[in-house]
Design a protein around this ligand. Structure first.
Ligand code: DAK
Length: 258
């Protein structure tokens, strides 16, 4: 598959997807979204990896939605942009494999929203993150108004969205927006190391953890608890090879093979 704005490579079982539009700080326009949707729809590629790492080429992760392109939007093109953007963000959030955002630089607006749709965020100590939409008379429109408060609480989310100022990676780490910091230039390396550890775990358990957390956030804690018990019970069906292998490997004092 040929892409103009994406690069993809595989290192062992880890996929590295790089947004490659550095001249515009990897800003998201419709073409970038179309390529992302196409990549994420490619089941064969996704099934061949255990973890996906998303990063940006150059000095930015993603500096937001493309502000220049927005100038020319009609009602229809704005609607199309919104539809494809939301599709892509949901594709990332619902991907069967864990997704790590390796935030190498600016992660602003739609760029931070994309990082929020990933499961874990690693950031360069020099990165700046923020939701500057309010400065443009906009609001975060790719579910950021929902994902951010679920991650950091309503007060912190309001603070970031209402002020529209960027914060340092260190501040983002303290708030819980980012789960790990890395010295500049090593963010990909640190992310890959983390991805490698995760890739050694049971793929089925990883998929279920992701499903339970994401679906559970939409349910009452009572219903979420029921859902978890049901899935936990299903792990003890006879065809659950990974659970069988994990437990057997522990008892045989060896590494599981899945
Ligand atoms: N869009 C388009 N181009 C951008 C861009 C962006 N978001 N950010 C940077 N660029 C371009 C710059 O215009 C410049 O292009 P040239 O002038 O060279 O042609 C090039 O990238 C390099 O940027 P700078 O020269 O500005 O680089 P600096 O290091 O000086 O500054 C910066 C870096 C990140 C502080 C600055 O570029 C900046 O403030 N960028 C804008 C950040 C921003 O406000 N981002 C939020 C965008 S609003 C929607 C859903 C969601 C959204 C919209 C709609 N719907 C559901 C419909 C989301 C909205 C947003 O994300």
């Amino acid at each position: 598959m040929h892409f103009n704005y994406l690069k993809f490579e595989k290192r062992d079982k880890i996929g590295i997807l790089t947004l490659n539009r550095p001249e515009a700080l990897n800003a998201l326009n419709e073409d970038v979204f179309k390529e992302l949707a196409c990549f994420l729809d490619d089941k064969e590629t996704i099934q061949s990896i255990r973890v996906l790492v998303i990063t940006g080429e150059g000095k930015a992760f993603i500096a937001g939605a493309d502000i220049k392109a927005m100038q020319e939007y009609s009602t229809q093109t704005a609607y199309d942009f919104s539809e494809i953007g939301k599709k892509v963000f949901d594709q990332i959030a619902n991907l069967d494999v864990p997704v790590i955002a390796a935030i190498n630089g600016f992660a602003l607006g739609g760029g931070l929203e994309l990082a929020l749709s990933c499961d874990i965020r690693v950031a360069s100590e020099k990165a700046r993150l923020g939701m500057p939409e309010v400065n443009l008379g906009l609001i975060p429109g790719f579910n950021g108004t929902q994902r951010l408060p679920r991650l950091v609480g309503a007060g912190n989310a309001m603070y970031l969205m209402m002020l529209g100022e960027g914060i340092t990676a260190g501040e983002a780490y303290q708030l819980g927006v980012v789960q790990k910091l890395a010295p500049p230039e090593t963010v990909l390396e640190v992310s890959l190391e983390l991805a490698g550890k995760i890739a050694s775990k049971s793929p089925n358990a990883l998929r279920l953890i992701k499903e339970m957390v994401r679906n559970g956030l939409e349910l009452s804690s009572k219903d979420a608890g029921k859902m978890e018990s049901k899935e936990f019970g299903r792990l003890f069906k006879e065809d659950q090879k990974e659970r069988e292998e994990g437990v057997t490997a522990f008892l045989e004092k060896r590494k599981p093979n899945w």
